[in-house]
Ligand binder design. Structure first.
Ligand code: SAM
Length: 319
């Protein structure tokens, strides 16, 4: 899977070099490219924000650097071409790890030989919302690009508190896609026309990490990348553990995992439940399910309401 992350703080993503995801990257399972949005600014101060129209406090991220970044990473002519995976297409898919990259902070200063410099890329880009002849706000009517797993265009994910909640089901869905791109907002967020224009040529999801406000999208993107990355085939040592996780599609959908234990059997006077030492697999599975139902009822009762009745057996209803 290829990931492109656009941010004004590329160093936030240095942590993707460690632990599970670092290993996945070194194994070639995850191809991460981090881009500094300021590379697509043209003034001395590398400005990415401006005052909000309509007044009020705070600043808003300007659309121009975002437009140029997206044009460079997903050239408009590519978005117009037929899907290279469609039968009969003459186009070959882009090899994983090759263009369209601008900068990859994981590889030093990151300039790649095959990426046009931001300013020439912007000049070459046709049909962007801010190019001459197509001023912002007059781009073609917005059409939601189809959500197809295609290497031709990425799915653009924009974290924002006003998006729809990110769930495990989204992580599973995103993990099946070949190319994801993340846009990290700062200040009061990104000028709304950026998502609107991008939507005309790639699928765009605006997603929220929860009902709270972070200072920027970087931590939200790290959370999503970890949730998605651990689901990729080959990343976890034991892939079966994914099915037992809280919220896992299937038996655990809308359920929280119950308590877990390891050795020793007694610690500070507290014993591991007998059933877990019994070796009786059926009884253990039943106990785990009961505990998951009890814990969910206790801490997240609203989740239980989403459980479809056919997913409950008689014993479930008794818990
Ligand atoms: N003014 C915005 C609002 O009230 O909705 C908040 C902007 S926040 C200070 C700056 C950035 O942090 C957002 O553009 C987004 O990228 C990120 N962010 C903050 N909270 C988030 C959340 N709950 N989920 C996802 N992203 C979030």
């Amino acid at each position: 899977m290829r990931l492109d992350i656009i941010t004004i703080f590329p160093e936030y993503f240095d942590v993707l070099d460690i632990s599970l995801l670092g290993k996945a990257r070194r194994a070639g399972l995850l191809d991460v490219h981090v881009h500094d949005l300021r590379e697509w600014t043209h003034d001395r101060h590398r400005t990415v924000d401006d005052t909000p129209y309509g007044g009020g406090p705070g600043m808003v991220m300007k659309p121009e650097p975002w437009g140029e970044a997206l044009d460079t990473l997903v050239p408009p002519q590519d978005a117009d071409r037929p899907d290279p995976r469609e039968p009969g297409s003459a186009h070959e898919p882009r090899p994983s790890g090759a263009a369209p990259s601008g900068k990859d902070s994981m590889a030093g200063d990151g300039a790649t030989a095959d990426a046009p410099p931001p300013d020439t890329a912007a000049a070459a880009a046709s049909g962007s919302a801010d190019s001459p002849g197509s001023p912002a706000g007059t781009s073609p009517p917005s059409q939601e690009a189809e959500a197809s797993p295609s290497a031709r265009v990425p799915r653009l994910i924009i974290p924002t508190p006003s998006g729809r909640p990110f769930t495990q089901a989204d992580a599973v869905r995103y993990a099946a896609e070949p190319w994801l791109m993340f846009a990290c907002g700062r200040y009061e967020g990104i000028d709304s026309r950026v998502a609107e224009e991008a939507r005309t040529r790639m699928p765009v999801d605006e997603v929220s990490l929860g009902d709270f406000v972070l200072a920027g999208g970087e931590v939200a993107v790290l959370v999503m990348v970890e949730a998605i990355g651990r689901l990729l085939p080959g990343v976890l040592g034991n892939a079966d553990s994914i099915a037992d996780d809280s919220f896992a599609p299937g038996a655990m959908e809308s359920l929280l995992e119950g308590p877990v234990y390891t050795k020793p059997p007694v610690w500070r006077g507290r014993a591991v439940p007998d059933v877990l030492l019994s070796g009786h697999h059926g009884a253990i599975a039943r106990w785990r399910r009961d505990e998951a139902l009890r814990r969910t009822a206790r801490t997240r009762p609203e989740l239980l309401k989403r459980l479809s009745p056919e997913k409950l057996d008689d014993r479930d209803r008794a818990v």
